[in-house]
Ligand binder design. Sequence first.
Ligand code: CA2
Length: 144
Amino acid sequence: MHRIVVLNGPNLNLLGTREPGIYGALSLSDIERRLRERAASRADLAFHQSNHEGDLVGWIQEAGLAGAGVILNAGAYTHTSVALRDAISGSGAAVIEVHLSNVHAREDFRHRSLIAPVARGVIAGFGAMSYDLALEALLEGDRA
Ligand code: CA2
Protein backbone atom coordinates (compact mmCIF):
# COMPACT_ATOMS: atom_id res chain seq x y z
CA MET A 1 0.00 0.00 0.00
CA HIS A 2 1.35 3.43 -0.93
CA ARG A 3 1.68 5.84 1.94
CA ILE A 4 0.87 9.46 1.12
CA VAL A 5 0.93 12.37 3.53
CA VAL A 6 -1.13 15.45 2.64
CA LEU A 7 0.19 18.60 4.30
CA ASN A 8 -1.55 21.95 4.44
CA GLY A 9 0.03 25.12 5.69
CA PRO A 10 -1.08 28.40 7.21
CA ASN A 11 -4.63 29.66 6.94
CA LEU A 12 -5.84 26.70 4.90
CA ASN A 13 -8.01 25.82 7.93
CA LEU A 14 -10.09 28.85 6.85
CA LEU A 15 -11.05 27.34 3.50
CA GLY A 16 -14.75 27.46 2.77
CA THR A 17 -15.34 30.36 5.13
CA ARG A 18 -13.98 33.30 3.08
CA GLU A 19 -12.55 34.15 -0.36
CA PRO A 20 -14.49 31.45 -2.28
CA GLY A 21 -13.77 33.34 -5.51
CA ILE A 22 -10.07 32.55 -5.13
CA TYR A 23 -9.99 29.29 -3.20
CA GLY A 24 -13.39 27.71 -3.93
CA ALA A 25 -16.25 26.88 -1.61
CA LEU A 26 -14.95 23.59 -0.22
CA SER A 27 -13.58 23.34 3.32
CA LEU A 28 -10.34 21.49 4.04
CA SER A 29 -12.46 18.64 5.46
CA ASP A 30 -14.34 18.49 2.15
CA ILE A 31 -11.02 18.27 0.29
CA GLU A 32 -9.84 15.54 2.64
CA ARG A 33 -13.08 13.57 2.15
CA ARG A 34 -12.95 13.65 -1.65
CA LEU A 35 -9.25 12.74 -1.66
CA ARG A 36 -9.87 9.77 0.64
CA GLU A 37 -12.69 8.61 -1.67
CA ARG A 38 -10.36 8.85 -4.67
CA ALA A 39 -7.49 7.10 -2.92
CA ALA A 40 -9.82 4.36 -1.61
CA SER A 41 -7.78 1.16 -1.47
CA ARG A 42 -4.95 2.57 -3.62
CA ALA A 43 -3.17 4.59 -0.93
CA ASP A 44 -3.01 4.97 2.80
CA LEU A 45 -3.55 8.72 3.39
CA ALA A 46 -2.61 10.86 6.36
CA PHE A 47 -3.93 14.42 6.28
CA HIS A 48 -2.60 17.33 8.36
CA GLN A 49 -2.89 21.12 8.60
CA SER A 50 -0.83 23.51 10.67
CA ASN A 51 -0.27 27.23 10.90
CA HIS A 52 3.24 26.55 12.23
CA GLU A 53 6.25 26.08 9.96
CA GLY A 54 8.00 23.65 12.34
CA ASP A 55 5.04 21.25 12.31
CA LEU A 56 5.30 21.06 8.52
CA VAL A 57 9.07 20.52 8.73
CA GLY A 58 8.53 17.65 11.17
CA TRP A 59 5.90 15.95 9.02
CA ILE A 60 8.09 16.23 5.90
CA GLN A 61 11.03 14.67 7.77
CA GLU A 62 8.80 11.83 9.01
CA ALA A 63 7.49 11.21 5.48
CA GLY A 64 11.05 11.03 4.16
CA LEU A 65 12.01 8.47 6.81
CA ALA A 66 8.86 6.43 6.13
CA GLY A 67 9.28 6.53 2.35
CA ALA A 68 5.88 8.19 2.02
CA GLY A 69 4.97 10.55 -0.80
CA VAL A 70 3.89 14.06 0.13
CA ILE A 71 1.23 16.35 -1.31
CA LEU A 72 2.17 19.77 0.04
CA ASN A 73 0.15 22.95 -0.03
CA ALA A 74 2.52 25.08 2.01
CA GLY A 75 0.30 28.16 1.66
CA ALA A 76 2.24 31.39 2.08
CA TYR A 77 5.32 29.47 3.30
CA THR A 78 5.71 28.39 -0.33
CA HIS A 79 7.03 31.85 -1.08
CA THR A 80 9.23 32.35 1.99
CA SER A 81 10.39 29.16 3.65
CA VAL A 82 14.00 28.04 3.35
CA ALA A 83 13.22 25.65 6.23
CA LEU A 84 10.59 23.77 4.20
CA ARG A 85 12.84 23.65 1.17
CA ASP A 86 15.70 22.24 3.28
CA ALA A 87 13.34 19.69 4.88
CA ILE A 88 12.33 18.44 1.44
CA SER A 89 15.84 18.22 0.02
CA GLY A 90 17.30 16.90 3.30
CA SER A 91 14.68 14.19 3.87
CA GLY A 92 14.58 12.96 0.29
CA ALA A 93 10.77 12.92 0.46
CA ALA A 94 8.98 12.84 -2.89
CA VAL A 95 6.93 16.02 -2.70
CA ILE A 96 4.35 17.40 -5.08
CA GLU A 97 3.65 21.09 -4.48
CA VAL A 98 0.00 21.99 -4.92
CA HIS A 99 -2.02 25.17 -4.91
CA LEU A 100 -5.73 25.74 -5.18
CA SER A 101 -5.30 29.02 -7.02
CA ASN A 102 -3.18 29.77 -10.07
CA VAL A 103 -0.43 31.57 -8.19
CA HIS A 104 1.07 32.82 -11.47
CA ALA A 105 -2.08 34.76 -12.27
CA ARG A 106 -1.92 36.56 -8.92
CA GLU A 107 0.43 39.02 -7.17
CA ASP A 108 4.13 38.97 -8.13
CA PHE A 109 5.19 37.74 -4.69
CA ARG A 110 3.21 34.53 -5.28
CA HIS A 111 5.11 33.78 -8.52
CA ARG A 112 8.22 32.63 -6.68
CA SER A 113 8.27 29.27 -4.90
CA LEU A 114 11.26 28.26 -2.79
CA ILE A 115 9.91 24.73 -2.79
CA ALA A 116 9.37 24.12 -6.50
CA PRO A 117 13.06 23.48 -7.33
CA VAL A 118 13.20 20.56 -4.86
CA ALA A 119 9.69 19.22 -5.58
CA ARG A 120 8.88 16.41 -8.03
CA GLY A 121 6.37 18.72 -9.65
CA VAL A 122 3.95 21.58 -9.13
CA ILE A 123 0.18 21.64 -9.72
CA ALA A 124 -1.64 24.94 -9.35
CA GLY A 125 -4.94 26.50 -10.28
CA PHE A 126 -7.37 23.59 -10.27
CA GLY A 127 -8.96 24.07 -6.86
CA ALA A 128 -9.56 20.83 -4.98
CA MET A 129 -8.68 18.95 -8.16
CA SER A 130 -5.03 20.07 -7.72
CA TYR A 131 -4.88 17.58 -4.83
CA ASP A 132 -6.51 14.83 -6.94
CA LEU A 133 -3.99 15.37 -9.74
CA ALA A 134 -1.11 15.25 -7.27
CA LEU A 135 -2.41 11.96 -5.86
CA GLU A 136 -2.58 10.47 -9.34
CA ALA A 137 0.92 11.76 -10.15
CA LEU A 138 2.39 10.17 -7.00
CA LEU A 139 0.67 6.83 -7.65
CA GLU A 140 1.64 6.86 -11.33
CA GLY A 141 5.20 7.92 -10.51
CA ASP A 142 5.58 4.87 -8.25
CA ARG A 143 4.65 2.63 -11.18
CA ALA A 144 7.13 4.27 -13.58
O1 CA2 B 1 -3.61 28.73 -3.82
C1 CA2 B 1 -3.14 28.17 -2.83
O2 CA2 B 1 -3.42 27.01 -2.52
C2 CA2 B 1 -2.19 28.94 -1.89
O3 CA2 B 1 -1.21 28.01 -1.42
C3 CA2 B 1 -3.05 29.44 -0.75
C4 CA2 B 1 -2.29 30.35 0.22
C5 CA2 B 1 -1.54 31.44 -0.52
O4 CA2 B 1 -0.73 32.18 0.39
C6 CA2 B 1 -0.66 30.87 -1.62
O5 CA2 B 1 -0.03 31.95 -2.29
C7 CA2 B 1 -1.47 30.06 -2.60
C8 CA2 B 1 -3.24 31.03 1.20
C9 CA2 B 1 -4.22 30.15 1.90
C10 CA2 B 1 -5.18 31.01 2.65
O6 CA2 B 1 -6.46 30.42 2.58
C11 CA2 B 1 -7.52 31.16 2.97
C12 CA2 B 1 -8.76 30.57 2.80
C13 CA2 B 1 -9.90 31.26 3.14
C14 CA2 B 1 -9.79 32.54 3.70
C15 CA2 B 1 -8.56 33.11 3.86
C16 CA2 B 1 -7.42 32.42 3.52
